[in-house]
Design a protein around this ligand. Structure first.
Ligand code: AGP
Length: 613
């Protein structure tokens, strides 16, 4: 997944584009580039492998005075990270430049057709094919840039968010999207185009979310135009007001976005709950507006990826326990190709922090085609998944910049707990006492998280002990089997230490063969009905010389006697324990990764949102 930015207006484009790339760098950072049309109608392309800071160094002695430009930070899909594969890419005459986020699935066919017409290519990317196709159509048909872009995109199969500039029309930027996000910020005398609101927020709060199959034409000092690609007719412009502040996008004094976001969780969970528990009852508008659908629901199918998939495993248990609804959890990437059986009364719930994950979007599309009611649980307002689902609930934890998801996970679990409670109330499957205990526990979450975060220094000290490890096991039971999976994912994705999560009882079915002095095992072992079983699992590990780190409820004396290291968390109802137990695991992963010198906010090979297959 990549980040694109475009600017046209009366200010110098370069600083706005670079700042915009820095805001989007969490989306991909293996190379970066910029294209500027300078006053002498020259198209300057500056691009380099490496992060945005490398591009800034490269541009130090360049002419960057232009007031129109486009820029890109890349997460490679076609063609390795290199200077030549970096965006922007140009047409055969180097007069048109394009930046692109997405994948063009039929690029090989289009490329061969262009080669057959005498075109030559310098890069391995699918994006250069699109640039050359636009240039070829414009030259052959003697048409405008706008018409050439429309014709080219009608030939493309795949996902794209693009920005295009052309020396022949130096006062115009053209943008378009299909299955990849694009937001347009508008001011009377300037337009900023970006993959998300980050590069826009300090310039304007007025935005237009481009829809699939639309192109935007931004001309200097003229109102924005939207055109429907399939009809070439004007499309309706729906101006929204951004719900994002600059402060939310900055690190706020923390060394990394990830640590900031871990410590934000008391306030983000407060925001997540706000207005949704009224007089002891859960009120979710998405549920209330579709009460009959949920009342008559036969089955829920969760579709998600990564951390969001872990949250769904907890959601499944919560729905079954509190609302007595049968639930299953599918990887979105598997669901979309599994020819699923969807029957009347099935509800598909898509969970996604970014709201842009390609596999999850595709799963939603399939579920809708098969007749399911599709509900979304997202963080990014106005995201593609939020707009593709029939209804939903935002988690409202604010922008999550760190690639490793933390506050979004606890927000997702909290919303899923409220959803399960709301459905339990609606279907009368939960008694008043249990419901009251649960709602009180949810309301108490921000304070309990605050309390839990006090262990940070202890975890930081403990992390020094384990930087040697090459493998970790994370084990848990019940609600905390998914917590173990989540802890393992956190560690592996930012410290590059291999880590596996398992149901603790699965130990004896294979993983116990791995146990030795070199393999630390983390047990998620809060006080709940599975605790005694966990104790015997810990004994099995200790008997084989393994070192044990245990997350335990404050005051525990059983596990603490056995474990080599214990991290205490406050007592909480079992159904919500993953919200609290995941926090020491977030901190453990963070501190181990820091001690290993890893880039925790932008870990290698990863991107914050995977908008490609
Ligand atoms: C989690 O730390 C990872 N960044 C990744 O697994 C992520 O959860 C996954 O890509 C799903 O993203 P989404 O929630 O935005 O759909």
């Amino acid at each position: 997944m990549c980040g694109i930015v475009g600017y046209i207006g009366n200010q110098q484009a370069y600083p706005i584009l670079i700042k915009g790339l820095e805001r989007l760098e969490y989306r991909g950072y293996d190379s970066a580039g910029i294209a500027l049309i300078n006053d002498n109608d020259k198209l300057d392309i500056y691009k380099t492998q490496g992060k945005v800071s490398k591009l800034v160094d490269f541009c130090r002695d360049k002419d960057v005075s232009a007031t129109i430009g486009i820029a890109h930070t890349r997460w490679a899909t076609h063609g390795e990270p290199s200077d030549i594969n970096a965006h922007p890419h140009v047409d055969a005459n180097a007069r048109i430049a394009i930046v692109h986020n997405g994948t063009i699935e039929n690029y090989a066919i289009l490329k061969q057709a262009l080669i057959d017409h005498g075109c030559t290519f310098s890069s391995e990317t699918d994006t250069e094919v699109l640039a050359q196709l636009i240039g070829y159509i414009k030259a052959t048909n003697h048409c405008s840039l706008q018409d050439a872009v429309i014709e080219a995109l009608n030939q493309v199969v795949g996902a794209y968010a693009i920005a295009v500039i052309d020396i022949d029309c130096p006062d115009t930027i053209i943008a378009a999207r299909k299955s990849s996000p694009l937001v347009i910020g508008i001011n009377p005398d300037e337009t900023i185009i970006a993959s998300d609101a980050g590069p826009i927020v300090e310039h304007t709060s007025k935005v237009v979310y481009l829809n699939d199959g639309e192109i935007a034409v931004a001309r200097r000092n003229q109102p924005l135009q939207l055109i429907d690609i399939s009809t070439a007719k004007p499309a309706k412009i729906d101006i929204k007001t951004l719900q994002l502040s600059l402060a939310q996008l900055e690190k706020g004094g923390y060394p990394h976005f990830m640590l900031k976001e871990i410590f934000e969780q008391p306030s983000t969970i407060h925001d997540c709950i706000r207005g949704r528990i009224v007089n002891g009852r859960v009120e979710l508008s998405g549920v209330n507006l579709n009460a009959d659908v949920f009342k008559n629901a036969r089955r829920v199918i969760f579709v998600a990826c990564g951390t969001s998939w872990h949250a769904c495993l907890i959601g499944k248990r919560l729905l079954q326990e509190l609302a007595r609804i049968e639930a299953q959890v599918e990887y979105a990437s598997e669901f979309r190709y599994s020819n699923p059986v969807i029957a009347p009364g099935d509800i598909v719930i898509a969970v996604s922090q970014s709201g842009e994950t390609a596999d999850t979007l595709a799963a939603i599309q399939l579920a809708k085609e098969r007749g399911a009611f599709v509900y979304g649980i997202c963080n990014v307002v106005g995201s593609s998944i939020a707009r593709a689902t029939q209804s939903g609930t935002y988690i409202h934890v604010g922008p999550e910049i760190g690639v490793a998801s933390t506050k979004a996970f606890t927000g997702q679990v909290t919303v899923l707990a409220m959803l399960a409670l709301a459905l339990g109330q609606l279907r009368a499957t939960i008694d008043e006492t249990h419901a009251k205990k649960m709602t009180e526990a949810i309301v108490a979450l921000p304070k309990l998280i605050e309390d839990t975060l006090r262990i940070n220094d202890d975890v930081e000290r403990l992390s020094s002990t384990f930087t040697y490890a090459h493998n970790f096991l994370y084990l848990g039971r019940g609600y905390n089997y998914p917590t173990a999976l989540e802890g393992a994912l956190k560690l592996k994705e930012i410290s590059y230490i291999h880590a596996e999560g398992y149901p603790a009882a699965e130990m004896k079915h294979g993983p116990i063969a791995l146990i030795d002095r070199e393999m630390p095992t983390v047990f998620v072992a809060p006080a709940d009905e599975t605790l005694q079983k966990i104790v015997s699992n810990i004994q099995q590990v200790k008997a084989r010389g393994g070192s044990v780190i245990a997350i335990v409820t404050r005051g525990d004396e059983t596990v603490s006697e056995l474990a080599d290291y214990t991290i205490e968390i406050p007592r909480i109802v079992e159904e919500l324990s993953p919200v609290i137990a995941s926090i020491p695991l977030q901190l453990l992963a963070y501190h181990v990764a820091i001690k290993k010198g890893c880039d925790v906010d932008m870990p290698r090979n990863l991107a914050k949102s995977v908008t490609v297959e």
